[in-house]
Ligand binder design. Structure first.
Ligand SMILES: Nc1ncnc2c1ncn2[C@@H]1O[C@H](COP(=O)(O)OP(=O)(O)O)[C@@H](O)[C@H]1O
Ligand SMILES: [Mg+2]
Length: 295
C-alpha cells in the first residue's frame, strides 16, 4: 500500500467526513485538514500547506466553494477529486441533464425556459403533473410537483419575484411515475461501491428527506448505466441517482460531493474503506503521471 498525503477540503466535518478520516487514519495516511473558511487561495502562489499534497478530496458543502477551490487545486497542479469539470457539470442540473442526454444515458425529458411565460409553455407541453427544480441545489429542496395550471402560475410567479437569479432559470421535467422509491449508487470512476433504494410515501425520496433505505444490488443494466453516467460527467467519486420506469432505468442526476453515511448504514459493504482504496489508486496514478512528465 502506498502512503498518501491527502488533503480534505471541508467546511463542516459531518459523519461522512468522519468515516473517511477514520479510515485514512487507520491506514496511517497523512491528513491535511483544509477548512475552506479559513484558507485563502492565491492566484499565483501555491499556499504552503498544499505543496506536499498527493491528492485533495473536495468535501465542501457549498457549491460555489467547490467550484472555485477545485479550479485553484488544478491551477496549483495538485490532483483533486472530484475534478473541476465534474463538479461544474454535477453542480448544475441543466449541465447534468445535457451531459446525460448527450452520452445516450436515459434521463427524464427536461426543458429549460428563462421567463415565466415560456416556462408555462414547457409545463403545458409536459402536462400535469410535472416537476420544477432549482438548477442548483440538493437534498430535494425547493422542488415542486405541479398538479395544475393554477399551481404552475403561482410557483412561477413566486420564483420570478422572490427567487435569486438562479431561480429565474426554469428547469421543467416530466414526472416519472416511479414505484415509491428511487435508487442511489455510489461509484468510483463508474465502478459501483454499493447501492441503496430510498423509499417514501412522499414523491421526493431523498435520504435527507427521511426516506427509508435498503440495499440495492445493481444488475447488469444498472451497472452499465452507472458507468456511462459517470463517464458523461468526467468520472470521480459520484452518487448516481436512478429511477425505475416501465422501460427500464432512467438516470435523473449525478452528484459530485456525495454523502455516504446513509449508504454506509444501509449496506454491508465498507463504503469508506472502498473509497480510500480508490483514493490510494488515484494518488498513485497521479504520482506516476508526474514522474513521466518530469522524466
Ligand atoms: N422527474 C421526476 N419524477 C418523479 N420523481 C422525481 C423526479 N425528479 C426527482 N424526483 C424525486 O425527487 C428526488 C430528488 O430529485 P433530484 O433531482 O435528485 O434532486 P436533488 O438534487 O435535490 O437530490 C429524487 O430522488 C426522486 O425521488
Ligand atoms: Mg438527488
Amino acid at each position: 500500500m502506498v502512503h498518501v498525503h491527502v488533503g480534505i477540503l471541508y467546511s463542516r466535518i459531518r459523519k461522512d467526513e468522519k468515516l473517511l478520516l477514520n479510515e485514512l487514519r487507520e491506514r496511517d495516511h497523512t491528513i491535511e485538514k483544509i477548512d475552506v473558511r479559513k484558507q485563502t487561495f492565491d492566484i499565483g502562489e501555491v499556499p504552503e500547506a498544499f505543496t506536499d499534497l498527493d491528492i485533495v478530496v473536495d468535501r465542501c458543502l457549498a457549491t460555489s466553494r467547490s467550484l472555485y477551490a477545485t479550479q485553484f487545486f488544478e491551477a496549483y497542479d495538485v490532483p483533486v477529486v472530484n475534478s473541476h469539470e465534474t463538479a461544474d457539470i454535477c453542480a448544475d442540473k441543466v449541465k447534468n441533464s445535457l451531459a446525460l442526454e448527450q452520452a445516450g444515458v436515459p434521463t427524464p425529458n427536461t426543458k429549460v425556459a428563462f421567463t415565466k411565460e415560456t416556462a408555462m409553455e414547457a409545463i403545458e407541453e409536459f402536462g400535469y403533473p410535472c416537476v420544477l427544480k432549482p438548477v442548483v441545489g440538493s437534498w430535494g429542496r425547493l422542488m415542486a410537483k405541479i398538479d395544475s395550471p393554477d399551481a404552475a402560475e403561482a410557483i412561477l410567479e413566486h420564483k420570478a419575484t422572490l427567487g435569486h437569479y438562479e431561480h429565474k432559470v426554469f428547469y421543467v421535467q416530466e414526472f416519472v411515475d416511479k414505484p415509491g422509491r428511487d435508487i442511489r449508487v455510489v461509484a468510483t470512476d463508474g465502478e459501483p461501491i454499493a447501492g441503496m433504494v430510498r423509499s417514501s410515501d412522499h414523491w421526493i425520496t431523498n435520504a435527507a428527506k427521511g426516506a427509508e433505505t435498503d440495499v440495492f444490488e445493481p444488475d447488469e443494466e444498472a451497472k452499465a448505466l452507472v458507468r456511462q453516467a459517470s463517464d458523461a460527467v468526467g468520472g470521480g467519486l459520484l452518487g448516481i441517482d436512478l429511477m425505475e420506469t416501465e422501460d427500464g432505468y432512467t438516470v435523473h442526476e449525478v452528484n459530485h460531493t456525495v454523502e455516504f453515511k446513509a449508504l454506509d448504514g444501509a449496506v454491508e459493504t465498507d463504503v469508506a474503506g472502498t473509497v480510500v482504496d480508490w483514493l490510494e489508486e488515484r494518488a498513485a496514478a497521479a504520482a506516476d503521471e508526474e514522474l513521466e512528465v518530469s522524466a
